[in-house]
Ligand binder design. Structure first.
Ligand code: ASP
Length: 352
């Protein structure tokens, strides 16, 4: 009952007073105050129970170093006047090629002991999108998702059909063995033991990799380019011990990945089923576009309130058309980083 008058008073009346025909996004106020650069990028490498002391100092340095490398690669493209699409793909490919993150090379195992990868990309300018799910032989699923977007009439392709399309497009295929990593294999064995009710011994002391049973590891990037275009990209191996054939939120447009120049670009990580049911990425952008919330308010509303109330663990990275960045997570930690409109670089793992 309160809703109509409240919305009208908050957004429509001020807009009419200013003589505007469309209500400005609430974030315009912040944008006026801030010294403006027109490019920015944010990335994530997964959220979860990542505590200080979980990683050896060398491992922590490796995670931070790889996040920074991915950020800088994406940012360099933006600085040269390149597109946000090129920037997010460059950043995500670096994370896919690293065994540290649950995407590409470091993908987790299904209950069958296989690796099934999902990825999606979206262009905020045109609302074009491309996604792949359940691919087993594609080295960089994000590149295949982009090919689906740009070189097919479709939005989403899965399994063998997606791989056949990859082969046709000259996209690099690898033997499934490429995705074997010992730490992911060990994590699968722990997950299976746990499922069978057997006692599971957690790895002791600081580790070279964050144990999978304590985190979600998807990678993603969002960016704003000099032409005012937003893009989002997400790539994942899914969740350890998932049933084969299970698809998470990452390749579902609107759930784990979304971009729209009218509002924002979002890439998510966390317990995918919750992100699908809440259409998280699109919901954040809709709150910005239609609800007049700032990016931070919108992202917090969904990640810190709605998902928390349901027990949906995870986080997002989000960027709006003014280059504002929000990276809320309701888990203990989230591998993340950004280079903001002022060119300031930030890389974080734990809650600051
Ligand atoms: N969101 C991913 C999924 O559910 C998992 C993750 O973020 O690591 O497939």
């Amino acid at each position: 009952m309160q809703r109509g008058p409240t919305l009208i008073h908050r957004f429509l009346l001020p807009a009419l007073t200013l003589g505007l025909t469309t209500a400005p996004a609430a974030c315009d106020a912040t944008a006026q105050d801030a010294p403006r650069r027109d490019i920015a990028i944010a990335i994530h490498g997964g959220a979860g129970t990542i505590s200080r002391g979980d990683l050896t100092p060398e491992a922590e340095a490796a995670y931070r170093g790889k996040l920074e490398e991915a950020l800088r690669a994406g940012y360099a493209i933006l600085e040269r006047g390149g597109s946000s699409l090129d920037a997010v793909v460059a950043a995500v490919r670096i994370l896919e090629d690293s065994p540290l993150f649950n995407a590409g090379k470091g993908a987790v195992f299904t209950s069958e002991g296989t690796n099934e990868l999902d990825a999606a990309i979206m262009d905020g300018r045109t609302l074009a999108a491309g996604a792949v799910a359940g691919v087993k032989r594609v080295k960089n699923p994000i590149t295949l998702a982009r090919a689906v977007m740009e070189r097919s009439p479709h939005v989403m392709m899965i399994g063998a059909g997606a791989e056949a399309f990859a082969a046709e497009q000259g996209i690099e295929l690898v033997d499934p063995e490429y995705f074997f990593t010992q730490h992911r294999w060990d994590a699968l064995q722990r997950a299976k033991a746990q499922e069978a009710g057997k006692p599971v011994s957690e790895p002791k002391g600081p580790q070279a990799f964050t144990p999978d049973d304590r985190k979600y590891g998807t990678v993603g990037a969002v960016a704003l380019d000099r032409h005012g275009n937003l893009a989002a990209a997400t790539s994942t191996g899914g969740m350890t011990n998932k049933r084969f054939g299970r698809v998470g939120d990452a390749p579902i447009i609107g759930a784990g990945t979304y971009a729209n120049n009218e509002s924002c670009a979002v890439s998510a990580t966390g317990h995918g089923e919750f992100f699908i049911r809440n259409v998280v990425a699109h919901e954040i952008c809709a709150l910005v576009q239609y609800g007049g919330l700032s990016l931070r308010e919108a992202a917090d509303r969904v990640v810190m309130q709605k998902l928390v109330a349901q027990g949906g663990e995870g986080g997002v990275i989000a960027i709006d058309r003014n280059g504002e960045i929000a990276m809320p997570f309701n888990s203990e930690g989230m591998y993340r980083g950004s280079i903001d409109r002022d060119g300031r670089i930030f890389v974080g793992i734990y809650r600051e």
